[in-house]
Design a protein around this ligand. Sequence first.
Ligand SMILES: *Cc1c(COP(=O)(O)O)cnc(C)c1O
Length: 449
Amino acid sequence: MLLFHSTNSQAPAVNLREALLQGQAPDRGLYLPLQFPTLRREEIAEFANLPYHEIAFRVLAKFAEGCIPADTLAAMCRDAYNFPIPLETVYGRAYVMRLDQGPTASFKDFAAQMMARMFGYFLQTDRRQVTILTATSGDTGSAVAHAFHKIAGIRVIVLFPFGEVSLSQRKLMTTLGENIRTIAIDGKFDDCQAMVKRAFADPDLKHIPLSSANSINIGRLLPQSVYYFYAASRIAKAGEPAAFSIPSGNFGDMMGAVVARQMGLPVRKIVVPVNENDEFPQFLATGRYQKISPSRNSLSNAMNVGHPSNLARLVAIYGGRMDETGKIHEQPDLGAMRRDLFSSSVSDARTRETIQEVWDKYQLLLEPHGAVAWRGFQDWLAAEKTADHLPAVVLETANPAKFPEEIERLFDWSPDIPSAMEKALKMPEDFDRLDADYERFKAYLMERH
Ligand SMILES: *Cc1c(COP(=O)(O)O)cnc(C)c1O
């Protein structure tokens, strides 16, 4: 059975079930496989003829062996991935992959849908009751709330920064009710994330079985490796390396690409554009890491992250050690990181220009996160002129209708609203409000347990 160990190295290795249910390791580190399972070249070549859910099954089976029976896992994948994943040609061999056709119209659905099914399965055989605490900058909360809605044995509490999520993002999580509670925090995403992290480490809350659905959870990460295999199987020849551009905030999505590469997917470059929260490109350039606090607001609000929680995993994969506060105890192999990764910061002005330019040139509508990805990809091409002919996939991580304000500002028309969103927009909301004060939040949890 595959085991997972903590990036802080002070906790015992556990199987997938424990890693998933715990979320964060007891030493506050993040779980990573002790050794990455690999797929042979021929196994990857077969993906070209398989539907998405079957690729998901073959990739995830490598991690779930001994924990989830194969036929159960296959059924979960079929059930979770029943929506289209368009790959649109932009020019030559450059594609945009739209990960926005799931129930809440962002790529977060890919992980949440699978993770909820895994939780449901483990708790059903375990008879455990769990409270899932999650902080969201907008899209995680709605994806998780939808995925876990009405799953027995699970209560979900979502914290979101009141002023930083769009109306449609908010409505997709505050209109569900039943086992889903939402709390608007008068603060920033980083405050929400810090409160959730503190609750996990708080000995006074030990009697409440808490788990996390944030990208610190390995169950979020693993399903996010699948669409890289899928995209490569559709646009690259067998064994041909592709480049991916992934708009990044907490670095969970890009870690999916790193996992895919560790498993054997040929990758030319992982391009990791960020918005004005540029701690990562700075680190890559200088080797000095400094979180941005408070995080900077920008148009791509799901990426307003001043200290990406998955960096500890990335650093670990490159042989270094970063603790949960962002302190680096051992430097990773920066040379290897620079060889494999490229990162640039895209300002709001460049984001707006890009939405306009991509529409004018290709009649392709991007929302702010996808625009950051496109611009970062162009930055990489400018830095590496020989890469032009390579197969490349730029990830569009949300539906433009989730960010209508920007589109309307630029074009004076509105993007089409997917039907799932339209329904939520009409329903009455219900959420609580709290200050960004940990003691108040703790009392809230204790009162409601
Ligand atoms: C969450 C999110 C991102 C950033 O993904 P990370 O895994 O946090 O790096 C990008 N775009 C959208 C639309 C998101 O919701």
